[in-house]
Design a protein around this ligand. Sequence first.
Ligand SMILES: [Zn+2]
Length: 182
Amino acid sequence: MNLATVDPDGVTRSLAVIVQSLDRCRHGRHVVDPCGSCPNGLSEGNPHLKPGQKVGYDVHGETLYVPGPDHLSDARAWRTLPKDAAAGDDPLLNRAYRERNRLVAGYTRHWPSVITEAPDYPGFWIVYLVSPAGQLSWHIPQEDMDLFKHVRRVDTWAWDGHTTQQKYERLNAACAMWEGRA
Ligand SMILES: [Zn+2]
């Protein structure tokens, strides 16, 4: 290795850039920033690493978790399960999720729906809708469960494997049927 290229500060800086990119969607936009290529016009974030996801263990065997998007460069945050795993603890982001969840709750009044505890995120629920174009699902944090009181709770429900992109394609198709255009 050419010693002239070994620059510990440079390495640290490049690693920091990588770590701070872990919330970006596949098009390079930070989570919930506008993204013209993500299905709903907002970056859906890193589809492979989600806040709250276990990613491994430290030398003492303590669990390491993906932090919320504002805490990616805080080493302590990697050792703590984010309080609101979908949104970190950014109040603006939590508000944006709540707005989205109100719209999801609206759809549950039009199509048959159930809600079940999320097996992948502790403290989260998953609402499943049976739209005429196929199954739709969203993660719902405990604090937004007040919006889903009318939805039947079930112990488990089978996810049909749809991706986020397929979900929004189905939503578009289902809304087109609703409006009598398809
Ligand atoms: Zn995107």
